[in-house]
Write a protein that binds this ligand. Structure first.
Ligand code: NDP
Length: 232
């Protein structure tokens, strides 16, 4: 039976490569993005996929859109709910005055949305065979790893979503759902910038390997794209 993954923010960057990677491995991909009509590369992948990739409009900041998509998915099984959509948050990144409205928006996209997605799609995940909820966190959200300061909005949003995933691991264990945060590496995307050492394709391939080998014992942890476990 074909496995299914739902990916948010799938029109560019890591999300787009995840779509390509999972489709190449014959998964059914529910590729979500804010503006499907502008998602040229994603549309090209969908067109060539023979129906394996379907595109769905979803702004993760909009709770109503999340709820409506979950309703549309109905009694579908979703093996992996993959929360990828994220934003970098306000500049400047160093200690100093910050736009608190933008900080709150960063929390809304990076922290609240993955939680809302989990609540909305828990039934579809619970009835699948893999039963995984994965959210892209970040090494920058690791409290143990923070020796350089700065990036307050982004770091707090990712540290908080790590805690969300830890909480889901506990709350959904009795439904045998595995919940993890994933660090994708420092990746050459609009967010990661041109200096980043890892290509989106390398990151997606690594994340695919990690997800393919996850077991329930791996739940409630932060995993890197290279398969290593990172400290919270
Ligand atoms: P990009 O900036 O290249 O892509 C971000 C994606 O998120 C885009 O598809 C964007 O869509 C989408 N997005 C943003 N806001 C929303 C929203 N409200 N609703 C739906 N989609 C939205 O970033 P990356 O591909 O690099 O990042 C992907 C994830 O990986 C993020 O969570 C990021 O924090 C994380 N990450 C990235 C690292 C890196 O080095 N690149 C390192 C560690 C973590 P749109 O085109 O509509 O804006």
């Amino acid at each position: 039976m074909t496995s299914t993954i739902l990916i948010t923010g799938s029109n560019r960057g890591i999300g787009l490569e995840l779509v390509r990677t999972f489709a190449d491995h014959n998964w059914h991909v529910l590729a979500c993005c804010r503006r499907p009509q502008q998602a040229v590369e994603l549309s090209a992948i969908a067109e060539k996929s023979g129906g394996r990739v379907t595109i769905h409009p979803l702004d993760v900041a909009d709770s109503e859109q999340i709820r409506a998509l979950a309703e549309t998915c109905g009694d579908l099984s979703i093996d992996i709910l993959f929360n990828n959509a994220g934003i970098a948050g306000p500049s400047p990144q160093r200690f100093g005055p910050i736009d608190t409205g933008e900080w709150l928006e960063t929390l809304r996209i990076n922290t609240l949305a993955p939680y809302q997605m989990a609540v909305a799609f828990v039934e579809q995940v619970a009835r699948s065979s893999r039963r995984i909820i994965a959210t892209v966190g970040s090494q920058l959200g690791s409290i143990a790893d923070n020796t350089s300061g700065g990036r307050y909005a982004y770091r707090t949003s990712k540290a908080a979503v790590h805690m969300v995933m830890k909480g889901l691991a506990a709350d959904l264990a009795d439904r045998r759902i595995t919940s993890v945060a994933l660090h994708p590496g420092w990746v050459k995307t609009e967010m990661g910038g041109p200096q980043a050492p890892v290509s989106p394709a390398e990151s997606a391939a690594g994340l695919y390997r990690v997800l393919a080998t996850l077991t329930p014992e791996d739940s409630g942890k932060l995993w890197s794209w290279d398969g290593s476990q990172l400290p919270w």
